[in-house]
Design a protein around this ligand. Structure first.
Ligand code: KG4
Ligand code: ZN
Length: 393
């Protein structure tokens, strides 16, 4: 079959992305314009600003992706865009632009679920390396995928049906997503935004056993016990297993530790000092972190990693899966990868991650996830819209 070139567009949160992927397996260009610097002073993503920045960035980002790929609008076979989940206003920018392009060019348009994109980032990574293509390196189902990012901590059981995949959610966070916990704890400790990458790098300088976060601080009640659940839902859930996460407790535990140990003034000093530096380097963070702060950061990360790994592996055992995928922004975390590699090896379970650039939001994963839909001619009608809470099935 002839090569298929799909232009992917991603604008669900704070990155404007465009990428061209050939036949679902080769990235020919991948451009990401990050808004992080703009949201940094606010300590998180401001939805209105995100939409405005996407509007500003989308045309040059798409042009750059085409130029880098040596493609033209006319030479593309199809366009793909993130439909949701994400920020409604931000999603709409990508969708409106993709619709206009598809209409003007008379090309098919494919709507992609952002979470399926994260899962396909893993496939794309392996296919780029020649994996999952037969020759003894095929992919075995069922796959358990942990999507762990700023907005999600979700476990999906994936099966293949023809070229397409089907998904069943078997676990999710009851409150904060894991990436959100990294971001909130970093903010609390005066380390700026986003917190994940900074905590990741600082953690190797602290003692992960210094602060014990007891499991009860990050444990939660089973969702099935919730008094607000309907009888039907309770019965439905009762027949299948749920593996839930909860990360708002550990954030409170860090706050309590900070208060008890009188760390407030040193945190304020650090926040002020780092705010003076436009792009703080690791040496700057280290120069403004004492041992107590480094130990707290390392212990927090260790608790997060152990919880994510142990719950995911418990789900993998219970569902008897053949393969494990770990993806989303938090999958970039060094310690998380190491613990997953070790834990999965002990279970005899193959585990796959995207490369770092493909872990965080990007459009290559959207173009890759669109390819099976292109083959199935699963095209979007021109009246589809953004779905902030789009579920993955
Ligand atoms: O997937 P992503 O780019 O956007 C969402 O869909 O949310 O994930 C962003 C999240 C942020 O919370 C960020 O702090 C976290 O991923 N993150 C990390 C690392 N890199 C990004 N968390 C831990 N360690 C990292 N190295
Ligand atoms: Zn994402």
């Amino acid at each position: 079959m002839a090569d298929t070139y799909i232009l992917g567009i991603e604008s669900s949160c704070d990155e404007t992305g465009a990428a061209v992927v050939r036949s679902g397996e080769k990235i020919v260009s991948n451009v990401v314009a990050s808004q992080i610097a703009m949201h940094q002073p606010y300590g998180g993503v401001v939805p209105e600003l995100a939409s405005r920045e996407h509007l500003r960035a989308i045309v040059p980002v798409v042009r750059r992706a085409l130029a880098d790929a040596g493609q033209t609008y006319q030479s593309l076979d199809a366009l793909a865009v993130t439909q949701g989940p994400g920020l409604a206003g931000a999603l709409l920018v990508g969708i409106s632009y993709a619709k206009a392009l598809a209409f003007a060019l008379d090309k098919p348009l494919i709507a992609v679920n952002h979470l399926e994109g994260h899962i396909h980032a893993v496939l794309l990574e392996e296919r780029q390396k020649g994996g999952f293509s037969g020759a003894g390196r095929e992919l075995n189902f069922p796959v358990l995928a942990l999507v762990v990012s700023g907005g999600h901590t979700h476990l999906y059981l994936a099966e293949q049906s023809g070229a397409n995949w089907t998904y069943r959610n078997i676990g999710r966070t009851r409150d904060d997503a894991a990436g959100e916990a990294f971001d909130k704890v970093a903010k609390l400790l005066g380390l700026g935004y986003p917190g994940g990458p900074v905590i990741d790098r600082l953690s190797s300088h602290g003692d992960p056993a210094a602060v014990k976060f007891s499991l009860s601080q990050i444990k939660h009640r089973d969702r099935r016990d919730s008094p607000t659940l309907s009888q039907e839902t309770r019965q439905e859930w009762g027949t299948r297993q749920q593996f839930d996460f909860s990360y708002s407790g550990i954030k409170t535990a860090v706050l309590r530790y900070v208060e008890i140990h009188g760390m407030k003034s040193s945190i304020d000093a650090r926040r002020r000092a780092l705010a003076e530096i436009s792009q703080p380097a690791m040496e700057d963070y280290l120069a403004h972190c004492d041992r107590q702060a480094l130990d707290l950061v390392a212990s927090f990360q260790r608790a997060m990693v152990e919880d994510l790994v142990s719950k995911t592996l418990a789900a993998a055992r219970a569902c008897n899966v053949a393969t494990l995928f770990v993806t989303g922004g938090v999958a970039a975390n060094q310690e998380l990868r190491q613990h997953f590699e070790l834990g999965a090896a002990q279970e005899g379970l193959p585990v796959y991650f995207p490369s770092r650039p493909l872990s965080t939001d990007n459009a290559a994963m959207i173009a890759a996830a669109a390819y099976p839909k292109f083959l199935a001619r699963d095209f979007a009608a021109m009246d589809f819209s953004a779905e902030a809470g789009l579920a993955l099935r």
